[in-house]
Design a binder for this molecule. Sequence first.
Ligand code: 5AD
Ligand code: SF4
Length: 479
Amino acid sequence: MLYAGFEMCIKEVTAVQEQNTYYLNQICSRNALYTQQTGRTKKCLTHTFGCQMNERDSEILFGFLTQMGYEKTDSEADADLILFNTCCIREKAESKVLSQLGELKKLKKKNPDMIIGVCGCMMQQKGMADTVRISAPHVDLIFGTHNLHHLPEYIYNLYQGKGKQIAILDKEEAVQEGLPTYREDPYRALVNITYGCNNFCTYCIVPYVRGRERSRKQADIVQEVKQMVAEGVVEITLLGQNVNSYGLDLQDGTSFAGLLRELNEIEGLRRIRYMTSHPKDLTEELVKTIAESSKVVDHFHLPVQSGSTRILELMNRRYTKEDYLHRVEIIRKYMPNACITTDIIVGFPGETEEDFLETVDLVKQVRFDSAFTFIYSKRTGTPAARMEDPVTLDEKKDRLQRLNDVLSDIGRTINDKLQDTVVEVLVEGPSKTNADMLTGRTTSNKTVIFAGDPSLVGQMVKVHITEAQTWVLKGSLAE
Ligand code: 5AD
Ligand code: SF4
C-alpha cells in the first residue's frame, strides 16, 4: 500500500516536470522572438519578504524565470515581470507588502504589458488572495506556498492571454526535487531539509500557510549538497521550521543527527549551519553529534519565546522554563564556547509583569549572545488570536525596550571578551555599512568587519579583533 502511494507520488512529480518543460520551451521561444524584434531582453525582479525559507523559494522562482529567458534587474521601472514573495508572520510584514504593491499601480499604467505577481505565505492565508485581487487590480498573478513549481504554467497562461491567474492550493503537494535554482552567492547556499510545521504554537500562522511537516530524503539532500560543493559552495544553511524533527515523518530511521554526520563527511564543505531548532526536540545525542562534527557550527539558534512556564504552556511550546535551561546546560556541557541566540515574543495575550520578569530572568541565566525580539502580533485564525489581551501596546513597547537593554548589556560583555583574540572568519563580501571593508562570520555567527582584498571572498581567514561592539566585531587580517 505504502509502495503504491510512493509510486503515485513519483509519477505526479514527473508529470509536473514534463509539463514544465513544455511551458518553459514555449515561453522561452516567445521571449527569444521578443528579443529578436526589439533588441532587448526581458527583465524580471523578485522582491522577497520574511525568512530564509522565502529566500530559498525565491531562488527557485528566479531559477524558473531565468529558464524562461528573463534577466535579473534591480530596477522596478525596467522590469517586465515583478514577483513579490510575501511573509505573514507579523502584521508589519503584511502592511509592507500591501503598501509596496500599491506603488506598482503607476508602473503598470505606464507599461500595461508588465506582469505583476504575488506569492508566498501571505497569499496562502484564507481570504487574502481575494483581498489582493480587489485592492490591487493591477496584480496579474497570485499563488500560494504549495504551488511555486507551477510558475511556468501560470506565466504561460498569461502569455496566452488567458487572463488573471489565481491559484491557491488547500493542501501541500509531494516534495518536489530537481527544481531549477538561481543562487547569487557562489560560496554560501540555502538547503531545504523539511517543509511545513506540525507544532502549532498558538501565536503562529506558519503551520496554516506552510502545511504539515515533510522531510526531504537524506540521499536527495546529500546529493544536492555534493553538487553545490562541486560548484564552489563552502557553507550551507540547512532550512526547516524545526530541523530537530527532520526525518521523523519518513519513519525509516532518518534523523537530523544522522544527516549532520553524513554531511560532515563531504570533502570541500567547510561549514554547516541550520535554522531553526525547537527546544523540545533538542536531545543530548544531537548536541553530542553537533559537538563531534567539526563542520557543524558552534551556534545554537534556540527560540525560547518566553521565560514564563505559564505563558509557554499557553503558547503550546511543550517545554517549561526549567526544561529550556536544562537544554542550555547540555549545550554548555559539550560546547562551552558555543554561541546561543534566540527569539523572544513579548506581550503574548495575558502576559503579566511577573511573566515578563521570568523572561528577563531566563535571559540573564542563559546569557544569550543575541536575540530577535518581537511584540506579539495577532494572527487571525490562530488560537492566540481568540485569547484575552488586556495589556496595552505602550506597556508591550516598554517591555520590549527593557528586554532589549538587558540583551544589549549581555551581548556587549560577551563580545568584549573577544577583544584582542584571533578568530577564523568565512569572508562573505563587502560590508553593508562600508563597501570598502569586508564582512564575514565566525563559526559562532559573530559578524566581523575588516579591511581586505575582495579576492578573499569565499575563503577562511584569521582576523585579529581590535574593537568589540555590541553586535559586531571589527578587526584586521592576522595573516
Ligand atoms: N507575533 C510575534 N512574533 C511572532 N513570531 C512568530 N509568530 C509571531 C507572532 N504572531 C516570531 C517567533 C518566531 C519568529 C520566527 O517569529 O519568535 O520564532
Ligand atoms: Fe511557528 Fe512554532 Fe512552527 Fe516555529 S515551531 S514555525 S513558531 S508553529
